[in-house]
Structure formats: structure tokens, C-alpha cells
Design a binder for this molecule. Structure first.
Ligand code: NDP
Length: 529
């Protein structure tokens, strides 16, 4: 608990939060700088990396390789594979570090996040270049990922300072205050699809609130996690506050979830794993003194609705960007387009007209390619299986094949005439596959949009204010957009998180997020008469 004046002084000094700007690659100086970063990074691939436990580098006998999905034989880095023993040690190390970190003044904790943001700014193209090679992001998507990570650091540093300001409640004869204190040791388990932004968002929120963590990155994206851990160290984060544990989710991750010393689990990933974590975390283990808190953000089946009053050219672009950005591997992806009968044929024609120019497939290290490979062999096989299902359930209108080349490339694929209850309209595919569905009218379209088990994102293109007002109430998603794409939530502007089976609606990048990593302590002091 820190003196409010110090906290206020820091808030005044650092000023308000502002979103970092995206890089304008049409400027040749930026294009050259990014090319240079790609060249620099590629000369550094294939290195061996240890686990980081309590500030020590730990090499295990077994390894895990991160490879480039555009050239699967290219090894990006070799990582130590943690098992249950290392996971236990990492939790113990976090437990030890908690004693001092939880008592470190909030201004110091926030300052470390701000220094980390500064270091990321300085290395921004380098970080983005790693994501191009490690997970197949194109330049723009990789840049947006890095920018979002910087935003999270800047935003949560300020939010924690705001929370630290002591709230005094005036009751006669008493001084009553409310303080937000940390929870303890947390397991932070991110996915590979926003390998920097989500990992930084969840971990920095936990850390700045005074918790210590074990960060277990996705096995498809350990390199970018390693670069982040290095930055935290350079920014002055004490050993043991963020322990880096690369290793399989089923072993390393599950040990973290089950451990009695674990106080909370922040997870983003699939519904199946999220629910498994939820169930396991609910069971108290011997020696466990608390109910574990779970913050779970899971899958989606986003819908873009278009009615007959909409600007159809803008809607066609919005549908393509929402469905195929980062090869459709976004939880927010608009993998369903729901078009009202009256404009169904016209809009479909526009979509198919715009697709070839917007969706150019190839090595994402080259700027002209908008679509790279999907992330892994597993993802490649799953998506191709869904395309076969789609051929039975709808009419294949575009794409549908895997180009005959090295790398996990899949053509952007569009199915028309899909029934709302078809598998490709209900299940999260997490790849470049769009299901186009016909609705009788705009209300029927909203009904269809709400008919999956998910509730993450949705967009509605319409110029009718009454219909938009109805959609505000009835379109049941955590992030709703009107007359724009359903991806690209901005930190501080579009707090992000979903309903139903999309998760616990944690609203990352919003003013309430840090509360999830704290508990509130109310203190009443009777004053002398
Ligand atoms: P997974 O659920 O497969 O994995 C997510 C993380 O959980 C990984 O670090 C993984 O490790 C780990 N993990 C796997 N099994 C276990 C286990 N039994 N116990 C503990 N941890 C485990 O998801 P993906 O990485 O494939 O990510 C894609 C999913 O993420 C999609 O469903 C997408 O919608 C969702 N997502 C949701 C977002 C949201 O905000 N709602 C945002 C972004 C993505 P390992 O890699 O080693 O298996």
C-alpha cells in the first residue's frame, strides 16, 4: 500500500495512455527497416534456449523445436522441454519471489512495465520479424501484434496506479479504506496465435498487480516468449517474478494448473483445454488454502451480418478481412457471413470479385503476400478435414485446396448456401474457411448469429438506426461492431472478451481487467473520540 501522493505524481508524470501507431509500410524507410530486421533475425535462428526458473537458466535433457510454418524444415529455435519436476520448481520459485515482489511499491512495478514497453519499441521490427518466421504472420499482422503488446504494458501500468490510489470512505468516527492486493502465484498459459500480444497482456497484468507467475507459452511459439522474458529481465524485473517454462501443455501446463501453491490460472486458448483447466482447478489439492481463480478466454465463431440497407462494397471488404486476416487464425475471426436474402447474390458476387486481389498467398516474409501458411501440421490437417466437411455441407465457391508447395499453405476457402446448423457454421475451424449463410431478413440473421455455443465477436452492416438499436440489445457477443470488421480490438478502446463458451468475459485491455488479478481488502480504523 503506497502513499497516494507518490502514485498521483507518477500518473501525472507519465500522462494518459495512447495507442501506439501501426507501421506505415508504404514508406520506403519502414519497408527497408523491416527487411533489415528479417535479415538480422534469420541469421540468429536455431539457437538453444533454457527454461528460466528463479532467474537460473535450466537445460533439461529433452527438447522442443520451434519451426517455420512456411518452411517446416527450418528450425527457429530449440527449447528445453519442461516436465512436471521443472513445473513444480518454477511454482516454488514464484512462491519465493512473491514474498518481496508483492511488497514492492506499485510505482516500481509499473515503472518496470513502462521500461519493457520502451525496450519493445526499440526492437519492434525485430520482434515482429520473429513472428513472421515462427507463426507465419504477414508484416502488417506481426506489426499489429507487437503494437498491441506495447499497448498492454503501457495501459496496465497506468491502470494499476489508478487502482493503487487508496479509496477512502468517510464514515462517522472511522477511517475506512479499500485496497487491491495481489492474489499470489499464477500460471499464465497463452495461445500461439497472438504469441506476443496475448502473452504480454496476461502476464504483465498479473505481474504489475504484484503477483508472481509461471509463464508457459504455446509450444508453437516459444521463441517470441523467450524474447519477451529477456526484455523483462533487461527492464529490471527481479528473478523469480516471471518464470519461463517451455513444454507441452498436457504435462507442464497441467502440473501448473493442479499445483496446490497455484492461486490463479490465466488461460487463453481452445474451449476444450479451457474447460479442462476449469474443471481441474475447481478440485482442491492437499495443502491448498484457497479457491483457485480461473480467467479463461476461449474460442469463437464470429458472424458478420449484412442487410439490404448496407454499403455492400464496404461489407464485402469487411467480410474478407474478418474471415481471412492471419489465415482465419483469430478467435475474433468472422468465419460466418450471414446475408439477408435480398442482397445475398449481389454481395456474394462482390466478395468473390474482391477476393483474388485481397488474398494473395505465399511466404509472409515477402511484403506482397497477405496470406501465409497455417501454423502447424496439426492445424493444416484439421483445416483440410473441415474443408472436406464443407464440400458436403455447402457449395464450394472459392479455394478449397492446399497448394502443392512446401509449407502449411491452404487456399482461402469460401462455401455458399451453408445451413446455420451445419458443422462448418457451428464449430470453430480456426483457419481460412468462410461459411456464407442466407437469412430471410435482418432479425432472422441475428437469430442465426446467436445460434452457436460461442459469443465472442460479431459485426452488423446496416444503415437503419432502429435495427442497430435492436442489435445492441439482442446480438449476444462480448465484442460487437457496426459497419466495420469484427477483428482488430484496440487496447483501451475495445475491451476484449466473450460470452458463453467463448470464456469468462475478462475484457482484456479494459478498465476492469486488473481486478481479476487482485483481491480487495477493506480496512476500518476506529478513530479516537
Ligand atoms: P490450445 O487450447 O491448444 O492451447 C493454448 C495453451 O494451452 C497452450 O499454451 C497449450 O500448450 C496449453 N495447453 C494445452 N493443453 C493443456 C492442458 N491440458 N493444461 C494446461 N495447458 C494446456 O489453443 P491454441 O494454442 O491452439 O490457440 C487457439 C485457440 O485459442 C482457439 O480456440 C482460439 O479461439 C483461442 N483464442 C481465444 C482468444 C480469446 O481472447 N478468446 C484469443 C486468441 C485465441 P501447448 O501449446 O504446449 O499445447
Amino acid at each position: 500500500m503506497q502513499d497516494s501522493q507518490e502514485v498521483r505524481a507518477m500518473l501525472d508524470r507519465i500522462g494518459e495512455f495512447r495507442n501506439e501507431s501501426l507501421t506505415d509500410f508504404s514508406l520506403s524507410k519502414n519497408e527497408i527497416a523491416f527487411e533489415l530486421a528479417l535479415g538480422q533475425v534469420i541469421s540468429d535462428i536455431g539457437r538453444k534456449h533454457p527454461l528460466l526458473i528463479g532467474g537460473e537458466e535450466v537445460y533439461t535433457g529433452q527438447t522442443l523445436k520451434s519451426t517455420n510454418p512456411a518452411r517446416p524444415r527450418e528450425v527457429i529455435g530449440v527449447f528445453s522441454r519442461a516436465g512436471a519436476v521443472e513445473a513444480g520448481s518454477a511454482i516454488e520459485a514464484a512462491g519465493e519471489a512473491f514474498e518481496s515482489w508483492s511488497r514492492t511499491p506499485t510505482t516500481e512495478r509499473a515503472a518496470i512495465l513502462l521500461r519493457a514497453a520502451e525496450l519493445m519499441r526499440a526492437r519492434r521490427h525485430e520482434l515482429s520479424a520473429w513472428m513472421v518466421y515462427e507463426v507465419g504472420k504477414n508484416w502488417v499482422e506481426a506489426d499489429a501484434d507487437t503494437v498491441e503488446a506495447i499497448d498492454f504494458l503501457e495501459y496496465y501500468a497506468r491502470q494499476m496506479l489508478e487502482l493503487e490510489l487508496v479509496q477512502v470512505i468517510q464514515a462517522p468516527g472511522e477511517r475506512d479504506t479499500l485496497h487491491y492486493i495481489p492474489l499470489g502465484v499464477g500460471a499464465v498459459i497463452p495461445p500461439w496465435n497472438f504469441p506476443l500480444a496475448i502473452l504480454v497482456g496476461m502476464s504483465s497484468a498479473a505481474i504489475v498487480a504484484g503477483n508472481t507467475i509461471v509463464l508457459k507459452p504455446a509450444s508453437d511459439a516459444p521463441k517470441i516468449a523467450w524474447e519477451y522474458a529477456r526484455i523483462l529481465g533487461e527492464a529490471g524485473l527481479p528473478p523469480g517474478v516471471c518464470n519461463l517454462l517451455t513444454g507441452p501443455g498436457g504435462v507442464a501446463g497441467e502440473t501448473l494448473v493442479d499445483h496446490p501453491r497455484t492461486r490463479f490460472i490465466a488461460f487463453t486458448g481452445s474451449k476444450e483445454v479451457g474447460l479442462r483447466i476449469h474443471t481441474r482447478a475447481a478440485r482442491p489439492r492437499p495443502g491448498q488454502n484457497w479457491i483457485k481463480r480461473t480467467i479463461l478466454e476461449m474460442g469463437g465463431k464470429g458472424a458478420v451480418i449484412v442487410d439490404e440497407t448496407a454499403d455492400l462494397d464496404a461489407a464485402a471488404t469487411g467480410i474478407l478481412v474478418s474471415a481471412f486476416g492471419y489465415q482465419g487464425q483469430k478467435c475474433s475471426a468472422g468465419s460466418r457471413a450471414i446475408l439477408v436474402d435480398e442482397i445475398y447474390d449481389t454481395l456474394l458476387e462482390k466478395i468473390l470479385e474482391q477476393a483474388p486481389e485481397m488474398l494473395t498467398i505465399g511466404d509472409p516474409a515477402r511484403r506482397e503476400h497477405t496470406l501465409g501458411p497455417v501454423v502447424s501440421q496439426r492445424q493444416y490437417e484439421t483445416v483440410l478435414d473441415y474443408i472436406e466437411v464443407g464440400k458436403r455441407e455447402g457449395q464450394l465457391l472459392y479455394g478449397g485446396k492446399a497448394p502443392d508447395r512446401d509449407g502449411y499453405y491452404i487456399e482461402p476457402t469460401i462455401f455458399g448456401g451453408v445451413s446455420p446448423d451445419a458443422r462448418i457454421a457451428q464449430e470453430e475451424i480456426f483457419g481460412p474457411v468462410l461459411a456464407v449463410i442466407k437469412a430471410r431478413d435482418w432479425q432472422h440473421a441475428i437469430e442465426i448469429a446467436n445460434s452457436t455455443e460461442f459469443g465472442l465477436t460479431g459485426a452488423y452492416y446496416s444503415t437503419d438506426p432502429e435495427r442497430l438499436a435492436y442489435a445492441r440489445r439482442e446480438f449476444h457477443v462480448g465484442n460487437l461492431y457496426f459497419n466495420r470488421k469484427c477483428t482488430g480490438a484496440l487496447v483501451g478502446i475495445h475491451p476484449f472478451g466473450g460470452f458463453n463458451m467463448s470464456g469468462t468475459d475478462s475484457k482484456a485491455g479494459g478498465p476492469d481487467y486488473l481486478l481479476l488479478f487482485t483481491q480487495a481488502k477493506s480496512i476500518a480504523e476506529k478513530l479516537p473520540e
